[in-house]
Ligand binder design. Structure first.
Ligand code: SF4
Length: 78
């Protein structure tokens, strides 16, 4: 069985440094006071905590894409 891989993106121009992503997915995001968050690894194994972080970002700055198919995982299509 192959593990689903996700590509993680983060729009630093939108980020308000709330720290929510880092709190929900420790080790996946790094947030330092007053500076935009950054993604620690741009491609990672599928992880519920990442989806929680993306869904909880107050400015919807986090995107998740299936690394193999390119299908958008988050944000959902309208
Ligand atoms: S949750 Fe969103 S706004 Fe908050 S630090 Fe992470 S990317 Fe930035």
């Amino acid at each position: 069985m192959t593990t689903t891989r996700w590509k993680v993106s983060l729009d630093q121009d939108s980020c308000i440094s709330s720290g929510i992503c880092q709190a929900l997915a420790p080790g996946r995001f790094e947030v330092r006071a007053g500076t935009p968050a950054r993604v620690v690894s741009e491609e990672v194994d599928r992880e519920d905590a990442l989806l929680d972080a993306a869904e909880s970002c107050p400015v919807e700055a986090i995107g998740l894409v299936d690394a193999r198919s390119g299908d958008v995982v988050y944000p959902p299509a309208d």
